[in-house]
Design a protein around this ligand. Sequence first.
Ligand code: ADP
Ligand code: MG
Length: 453
Amino acid sequence: MKFSSLPLSKEMLHNLNEIGYKEMTDIQAESLPFILDGKDVIAQAKTGSGKTAAFGIGLLSRLKVKEFRVQSLILCPTRELADQVAKELRLLARGTHNVKILTLCGGAAFGPQLGSLRHGAHIIVGTPGRILKHLKKEILSLEHLEMLVLDEADRMLDMGFKEEIDEVLSFCKKRKQTLLFSATYADDVIQVSKNLQHEAVSIKTISTEKQNNIQERFYESSQHQKLEILIDIFSNFKPENVIVFTNTKIQAKELAQSLQKKKIDALAIHGELEQYERNDVLVQFANKSCPILVATDVAARGLDIKELSMVVNYDLPHLSETYTHRIGRTGRAGKDGLAFTLFCSHEIENIDEYKNETRLFEDASSLKKVNGFEMKPKYITLVIEGGKKDKVRAGDILGALTGDAGLQGSSIGKIDIYDRQSYVAIESKLIDEAHKKLNTGKIKNKNFSVWAL
Ligand code: ADP
Ligand code: MG
């Protein structure tokens, strides 16, 4: 659809044409009519779908340029994203005279931001923490805010910005237009929308995209048989990597332990883990040092595993939307995915809404029994206490492992470098040799502590 079908100013239409935006993207076509109408909108669309222009065109069209005060605020998870958004807004605002856009992000010096704020702005783009700091110092006022945008809301929540966002909101007047953009509709995003928005119009463009290729199977089970059926599923379908979802964090923890006792290598992620523990678990799962991850929905947020062969709903989710979200993690990029769901007899009523022609409801006794089945990872992860800040690069680690008749490159898996730590996956049977090599040898001419996870 063309932008000219919308009630946009001549200048805006002219500029859109100039910058080469001929047709609206799906998310723009679906959200802009509501945004221009002053409605609250919650919109889900994948990355690169043109969300910035969707809210950007909306807020620029509603801006009263002659009233020089802060009318729009856009909150972003990171400085890089805020810079991108500001850049796109400036491009979109080219046709409108004298629109002042200011970015306020952490990691940048505070002083110059003070100076810029004194000169005033129409639109502020920034990260929640820094915006809050300016609000608390009363340098920034949101008294006249007309439009609030939460961009990449799911990522902001993943990064722990919930409290800061709430606090920023306490500085705004009640009546304003609020737009929320997110790549996923997880429960916490919906919760934020409920708290923040008024009769929000909900827009999803994901469903029109190519469907994943997922085989879905359901088994009825009593609570105490679930573990056995789960293991039968593993032994019959031999997945390379699996996420098993439970509804509570206690169950996640317990299930991982029960699996370990049965020689099935599993780790749990749940809300009680410290950030570094969470990272240790996610790295091990992603680099194939652990084939099974047991997770709650909240803990699995933001998890980006490209090739996942199986998803199991150990507990039936409370919402069918959660189900869709969970199983959507498998069968990506043209690969086949498997999705299994266990449900108890007391859930039979809820299960009706899951029934359709493509989903298989089977008796768990149809699964073969495999004696002595085990699941061991291909790799074991070594942690090196040195990272980007120590100028450690993947090549340095690889060099230390393979140099002087060391390991073959083929026995080394994924390497992840973080600020202060690095992780390297080593073929399980070579772990001692690799550990010794890193302990005695040097990386960047330094001896870093090394340990296995
Ligand atoms: P998202 O925020 O959804 O990840 P962006 O807003 O960053 O995506 O847009 C992705 C790219 O698409 C940007 O380079 C942007 O300039 C471009 N773009 C946005 N809308 C249009 C359009 N209607 N026509 C052509 N290009 C567009
Ligand atoms: Mg974006």
